[in-house]
Design a protein around this ligand. Structure first.
Ligand code: GLA
Length: 355
């Protein structure tokens, strides 16, 4: 059912505007978007669709058939740890910034899996800003939307994320990835290879980054940067990088992941532009090892899925997203995709092909 149909069914009237935003997969560059690093996310062919109308009920009404059902929320109410928070956070900020006044009715229809590391939350927030801008007849710049969406996550939801997901959801185009400098927000669009598919496979392990493990990694990175006397771990000179060895073990490993992951992204961008997917695959594999051993954000199910993916013929595979479960991404020759996915799913019955 479309978001428009859903809206009509729930509110017995037609919506005034609709908006859309896709989920994303990060091809390489994990946990470095808050360390001044380069990342390479791409949209997946899964969408959040939203239908919205102004309302004079005195509160906001948000309906979703996959998340919380119908939520009635008061203007300015605090986050409640439910999905409508993402819409409410965006509404609150939009009112604060003068983008929109008044109440709304919202219906959300989505096939972006939740808690799987493909940015369903960023997609909901970005789609909300897009819809509000439409209601207000304003053309909002995509980078502005991404920045606001990050503020909603950081300040309203309490998730101390970087800006990769919001930029990917707001700025990238299907069929391409976005090579994003997360410090300057400069980016370029990188075409994806025609003969290879970046398959996204859900491990079956759902996670919630607000649980706190993500925040702990961020704190560890900040502690490592402070001990090294630098602003960002991904922007250190060779001399500063040598000092990592003087840190205590855990901080040294966190810093080593950030430095090596940033280097891998730079190399991966060159490799994909040169059509060298074998090299790209190797870098994905190395990225996974670094997340597993140095950054310690993988879980056994995800490690096993990555291993099987490569064993069954992917050029490379790695966990993608914040970690502690969620999805892997694997680079697979399109000709081999159907045999490959059958073999992978046979070995991992709880896994699911997402894109
Ligand atoms: C989550 C966060 C992003 C990023 C990734 C890890 O998706 O929202 O900002 O840090 O984890 O790369």
């Amino acid at each position: 059912m479309s978001a428009e149909q859903l809206f009509s069914e729930v509110y017995s009237t037609k919506p005034q505007v609709t908006s859309q935003a896709w989920g994303r997969v990060n091809l390489i560059g994990e946990h470095i978007d808050y360390n001044g690093g380069m990342v390479l996310p791409a949209p997946i062919g899964r969408f959040i669709n939203m239908a919205v109308s102004p309302s004079d009920t005195g509160h906001d009404e948000i309906y979703s058939n996959i998340f919380d059902g119908l939520s009635k929320r008061d203007v300015g109410c605090p986050a409640q740890g439910v999905w409508s928070d993402y819409v409410v956070g965006a509404l609150n900020l939009a009112r604060e910034k003068g983008l929109y006044e008044g109440n709304v009715r919202v219906a959300i229809e989505s096939d972006v899996p939740y808690g799987a590391g493909v940015s369903s939350s960023a997609a909901v927030i970005v789609a909300t800003f897009r819809a509000l801008a439409k209601l207000n007849g304003e053309a909002l710049d995509g980078v502005q939307i991404a920045k606001w969406a990050q503020i909603v996550e950081n300040d309203y939801i309490g998730m101390p994320c970087g800006i990769m997901d919001q930029m990917a959801v707001s700025m990238a185009e299907p069929g391409s990835a976005i090579a994003l400098d997360t410090d300057s927000l400069d980016f370029s669009i990188v075409d994806l290879p025609k003969d290879y598919h970046f398959a996204v496979v859900f491990s079956g392990v759902t996670r919630q980054l607000e649980e706190g493990r993500y925040a702990v990694r961020r704190q560890e990175c900040e502690a490592a940067a402070a001990a090294l006397g630098v602003e960002y771990l991904c922007q250190m000179s060779d001399q500063q990088i040598e000092q990592i060895a003087s840190l205590e073990d855990v901080l040294a490993r966190r810093a080593r992941h950030c430095v090596s992951e940033h280097q891998r992204v730079l190399e991966a961008i060159n490799a994909i532009q040169a059509g060298n997917m074998a090299r790209f695959g190797q870098l994905m594999n190395q990225s996974h090892v670094s997340m597993r051993d140095d950054f310690e954000i993988t879980v056994p199910e995800v490690d096993a899925l990555v291993e099987t993916s490569v064993e069954k013929g992917a050029l490379g595979a790695r966990m993608t997203g914040g970690g502690f479960g969620g999805c892997i991404v694997a680079c697979v020759a399109k000709d081999n995709m159907s045999d490959w996915i059958s073999a992978v799913l046979a070995a991992h019955p709880k896994a699911e092909l997402v894109a």
